[in-house]
Design a protein around this ligand. Structure first.
Ligand code: SF4
Length: 391
């Protein structure tokens, strides 16, 4: 089996390989280090390195992958172990966890993001049903590291089974409790969580640390617990495969670097007719190919319906928490659209200073878009592809 481990699976610069073609590696062995902001990368299988490029390390695996058989981390200090393990935001953000957790939050909050906000994805909820204590202990470790006094688990009340499992797992952990998120998209956005759980409206571009909080996806917190207790680096990923497959499945702890094609096959293969593969959720996912590898930030695999074909003139309506121009362009190409007359942003999207980066002023409180539709109509749009999450 060929394993492809991209050198960039995180926010920041690509890592630098410390192995060469021909090297034998063991599961859990460090194979690439960050050159700046970034996170270590470890081999997810035993095998031989067959290629190292500027983008990735390729390993030909040998033997079966045994979950518990891996090279242990060597650190003792908890924050050092998190850095050594190469933990990044597993919900898709990819921000290095050791950088996020290096904060003084005395009197503040560690919030586990259990929103699993993108529709169709189910692996976070499976983790909360099957192993809630891994997440609760992860919260406690991060509370100890940051000095935070409160640990909250932000979850939508519709997830009753998961809430019961979590409530049991929280027993004996003072200061850790469940808090409710509204059942809407994008409830898992960090600024929405701070607003809904702490009642603080963060300014555009501000981080949760301004509200004395860090927010971490539940799978990231599981990785924290495993790094500290089992000395396990990030070599596995949880994954949902759904959409146009014969048998939708949730995979837990699959080795990083394996190709997504195998998981589509294990999910009964394609249900015909099928369209593209999307890596991530329906709102923020991107087009993917069968040979793309499972990476630390992969949220899910969705096989779509074929795109309807439409040759009219199209306009785009972008949303910060949904699809933006790049993704809308991919969709238009799939539809065979000949002409894009223009792209406009939801009126709540504002530029942060002169950075060219746009953020939503009120995520989840989505306005009507009539004004934007008329704008696109004036540009000559006969139809619109909408990236906005409401209305
Ligand atoms: S207000 Fe606009 S940009 Fe913000 S989440 Fe809603 S549709 Fe998206």
């Amino acid at each position: 089996m060929r394993i492809v481990l991209p050198l960039r699976q995180h926010v920041g610069a690509p890592c630098q390989s410390i192995v060469e073609a021909g090297d034998e590696v063991k599961r859990g062995q460090l194979i690439a280090k960050p050159t700046g902001l970034g996170a270590n990368i470890h081999a997810s299988v035993n095998g031989e390195v067959v290629e190292v490029t500027e983008q990735a390390i390729v390993i030909e695996s040998k033997g079966e992958v045994i979950f518990d058989d891996y090279v242990r981390l060597t650190g003792e200090d908890h924050l050092e172990l998190i850095a050594e393990a190469g933990i990044v935001g597993a919900g898709g953000a990819g921000f290095p966890a050791h950088v996020k957790f290096k904060a003084n939050l005395e009197g503040g909050y560690v919030i586990a993001n259990a929103a699993e906000c993108e529709p169709l994805l189910k692996h976070n909820m499976k983790l909360l049903r099957d192993n809630p204590e891994l997440v609760v202990r992860g919260i406690k470790y991060v509370m100890d590291i940051t000095g935070a006094s409160h640990g909250y688990i932000a979850i939508k009340p519709k997830h009753k089974e998961e809430m019961i499992a979590l409530a049991k797992a929280c027993k004996g952990y003072e200061g850790i409790e469940l808090k409710y998120l509204p059942d809407m998209y994008p409830a898992g956005d960090e600024r929405v969580i701070v607003r809904e759980i702490l009642g603080v409206e963060l300014p555009l571009g501000a981080l949760p640390s301004e509200a004395k909080a860090v927010i971490s996806n539940v799978e990231t917190l599981k990785n924290v617990t495993r790094a500290i207790e089992d000395k396990m680096p990030v070599i596995n990923k949880d994954l949902t495969v759904t959409g146009r497959v014969n048998d939708e499945k949730v995979f837990m702890d699959i080795p990083l670097g394996t190709s997504i094609k195998g998981y589509i096959e294990e999910s009964g293969g394609y249900l015909e007719p099928h369209g593209e593969i999307v890596a991530g959720g329906p709102f923020t996912g991107k087009h993917a190919e069968e040979d793309d590898p499972v990476v630390k930030t992969l949220g899910g695999i969705i096989v779509t319906m074929p795109f309807p074909q439409d040759a009219r003139k199209f306009g785009f309506l972008e949303c910060e928490c949904g699809a933006q121009k790049d993704r809308l362009t991919q969709i238009a190409e799939g539809m065979g659209v000949k002409e894009i007359v223009g792209s406009v942003r939801c009126k709540r999207m504002e530029e942060i200073g002169d950075t060219g980066r746009f953020r939503c002023t009120l995520p989840g409180h989505c306005p009507g878009q009539a004004e934007k539709v008329l704008e696109l109509k004036k540009m000559g749009a006969e139809a619109i592809i909408v990236g906005t999450c409401e209305d």
